[in-house]
Design a protein around this ligand. Structure first.
Ligand SMILES: *Cc1c(COP(=O)(O)O)cnc(C)c1O
Length: 495
C-alpha cells in the first residue's frame, strides 16, 4: 500500500512516512493509491469486538506493521477510555439511526481517530528510524484540539501545540482545552477564526526555514488535523461497524444499501464514509450536512467553491469552516487521480479564494447529496426529536438530522440512513438547554443545568469542569503563531 500526494509533486510514501509527515511537501494531502475490499459485510461485523474489527479493516493500509504491532495500537486506543461497551452504539429514534461516535475521553467523535493516532505515530517514528522528536501542530475549531491533547498527553517523543479561535468555541470546549494536563502540551487561543488558524498551521508545516530551526532543536513538525491520513483511516472502521449494526438491528437485509448523513466541516468524517463505500460497504448516498456556513452545500449544488464570504460563528461551532481541507482528497479521487489539475485548482483557491470545477470531475460526485441547516433549524430539531422520541442530540448531530429530513422530503429517497452523531449534547449544553426549553446557568455550569433537565448521565470527562484550574491562559494574534511555536520549541529544547 502506497500513499501519494493529491498534487503529484511529492514523493510517494509508506504509511509510517505519511503519518510522520502529516502534509506532503508540495502542500498536497496523502491518499491511498488503492482501496482494499472488505468482501461481504454480515452481522458478524456487529458482534466482533471493536479492537478486532479495527484490526481487520485497517490491516491492509498498514503493510509494514506486524499483526501484533497493529493489534497493540488498537488495544491502546480502544481498550479503555470509552464509556460504553459497544464503543460506537447505534441508537434508533423514529426512522433515524444514530451512530454515536462520542463515547470516548473527550466526548466528541475526534477521539475515534485521535485515541489511535499517537500509537501509530510512535510506532512510525521507530519504523522510520526518525531520531528527532515530533512537534504536532494543531489548529482546531473546538473538538480536535481537546481530542489531540488527550491522545498525545505525555506520549514519549511528542510535543503538541494547539491553536483555537478564542471567541468561537463553546464554553465547555474552551475550558477543556485551557485546563488540559500533560507535560508535553501547550494551548493558545488566537484572535481570529478557524480558517486563519488552519492557514497559518499549514504554512508552518511547509516552511523550510522554520523546519531547519526546529531540526536544530531536535524536532520535526507533523499535524494531527484531518489533513493527516492517520486521522482518516481509523474513521472508516465505525462506518463498517454501523452497517453491521444496521443488519443486527433488523433495519436492513444483507447487501441492502444505506445512506450516511454526516455533519461536515473540514470534510474528514464524511470522506472516511466515502472510503468505506470504496471498500465495499453498500452505500447509496453520502449526505453532506452543513450549518449556516454553507460553502459545501453551495459547492455541491453549483460546482463553484467560493470562499469569498464571511465566516459565521454558529451554535454548531466545530463546523464553522470556510476552507474545507479534505475536499481536496475527494477532488483527487473524483478526477481519477489528476494531480496536475488538483494542484491548479488549489492554487486558484489560495490566490482567488474561488474555483470552478471542470465538468468531468463533477461527474465523479454522484455519490453525494448536500444540504444545510440554520441555527434556528438546529434548535427546533433538538427540541422536536427530544419531545417525540426522547432522544437528545447535540447541535452538530441536529444539523445532520435536519438536512436528512429535508433530503428525504425533497428526493423521496427513504433508504435507511445512518446519521453520524458527532458529539455529546453536554459539550454544547447552553444551546441544548435552550432547545429543549430548560432553564440554564451560563458557561460550563450549563452542564449541570442540562443534567437536571434531562437526567442523562454526564460523560465523566465533562463532570468536573467547574473545578478545573486554567493552565493555558494565553491568547495571541494570528500573526504571532509562528513566534509562539518557536518559543515553545526553545523552551522545551533547553530543558
Ligand atoms: C469536527 C466536528 C465535525 C466536522 O467534522 P469534519 O471531519 O471536520 O467534517 C462535526 N461535528 C463535531 C462535533 C465535530 O467535532
Amino acid at each position: 500500500m502506497i500513499y501519494e500526494s493529491t498534487r503529484g509533486r511529492a514523493a510517494e510514501r509508506s504509511i509510517s512516512e505519511a503519518i510522520i509527515q502529516g502534509i506532503a511537501e508540495d502542500g498536497g494531502l496523502y491518499v491511498p493509491k488503492s482501496f482494499p475490499q472488505l468482501g461481504t459485510i454480515d452481522r458478524s461485523f456487529a458482534d466482533m469486538d471493536y479492537i478486532s474489527l479495527a484490526h481487520l479493516v485497517l490491516r491492509p493500509f498498514f503493510p509494514e506493521f506486524s499483526d501484533l504491532e497493529l493489534l497493540d495500537c488498537m488495544r491502546g486506543a480502544y481498550g479503555s477510555g470509552f464509556d460504553c461497551e459497544e464503543t460506537v452504539p447505534l441508537v434508533s429514534a423514529g426512522d433515524a439511526s444514530f451512530l454515536e461516535l462520542y463515547h470516548g475521553p473527550t466526548a466528541a467523535f475526534k477521539d475515534m481517530a485521535l485515541q489511535l493516532m499517537p500509537h501509530l505515530m510512535s510506532a512510525s517514528l521507530d519504523k522510520c528510524g526518525e531520531e528527532k522528536d515530533v512537534c504536532i501542530l494543531v489548529s482546531t475549531s473546538g473538538d480536535t484540539g481537546m481530542a489531540a491533547l488527550k491522545g498525545f498527553e505525555d506520549v514519549a517523543r511528542t510535543l503538541i501545540i494547539v491553536f483555537f479561535p478564542a471567541d468561537a468555541v463553546s464554553p465547555v470546549q474552551e475550558m477543556q482545552m485551557r485546563s488540559a494536563g500533560g507535560s508535553n502540551v501547550r494551548v493558545f487561543g488566537i484572535r481570529g477564526n478557524f480558517d486563519d488558524a488552519q492557514r497559518a498551521q499549514k504554512a508552518m508545516l511547509v516552511d523550510e526555514e522554520l523546519a531547519g530551526r526546529a531540526a536544530s532543536l531536535g524536532y520535526r513538525f507533523s499535524a494531527a488535523n484531518s489533513m493527516n491520513i492517520g486521522r482518516l483511516l481509523p474513521q472508516i472502521v465505525y462506518y463498517v461497524r454501523g452497517y453491521g449494526a444496521m443488519l443486527a438491528a433488523g433495519r436492513i437485509e444483507q447487501g441492502e444499501k444505506i445512506n450516511i448523513c454526516v455533519p461536515s466541516g473540514n470534510f474528514g468524517n464524511i470522506l472516511s464514509a466515502y472510503y468505506a463505500k470504496k471498500m465495499g460497504v453498500p452505500v447509496n448516498k453520502l449526505i453532506c450536512a452543513s450549518n449556516e456556513n454553507r460553502v459545501l452545500t453551495d459547492f455541491f449544488e453549483s460546482g463553484i467553491y467560493d470562499a469569498n464570504r464571511p465566516l459565521f460563528v454558529t451554535n454548531a461551532p466545530s463546523m464553522d469552516i470556510i476552507v474545507s481541507s479534505n475536499l481536496e482528497r475527494l477532488l483527487y479521487h473524483a478526477s481519477g487521480g489528476d494531480a496536475e489539475q488538483i494542484g491548479r485548482l488549489m492554487t486558484e483557491l489560495s490566490e482567488k479564494r474561488r474555483y470552478e470545477l471542470p465538468s468531468d470531475i463533477r461527474a465523479g460526485f454522484s455519490d453525494f447529496a448536500a444540504g444545510y441547516a440554520s441555527q434556528k433549524d438546529v434548535l427546533n430539531a433538538i427540541g422536536e426529536v427530544y419531545r417525540e422520541f426522547d432522544y437528545l442530540m447535540d447541535t452538530h448531530t441536529a444539523v445532520a438530522y435536519k438536512v436528512w429530513e429535508d433530503y428525504r422530503e425533497r428526493s423521496g429517497d427513504d433508504i435507511p440512513t445512518i446519521i453520524a452523531s458527532t458529539a455529546s449534547p453536554y459539550k454544547f449544553a447552553e444551546d441544548v438547554c435552550r432547545a429543549i426549553g430548560a432553564d440554564f446557568c451560563e458557561g460550563v455550569s450549563a452542564v449541570r443545568s442540562l443534567h437536571s433537565a434531562c437526567g442523562i448521565k454526564i460523560p465523566e470527562p465533562l463532570a468536573d469542569l467547574e473545578n478545573r484550574r486554567i493552565v493555558h491562559d494565553t491568547t495571541i494574534g494570528r500573526e504571532d503563531m509562528k513566534a509562539a511555536v518557536e518559543a515553545v520549541l526553545s523552551s522545551f529544547a533547553s530543558r
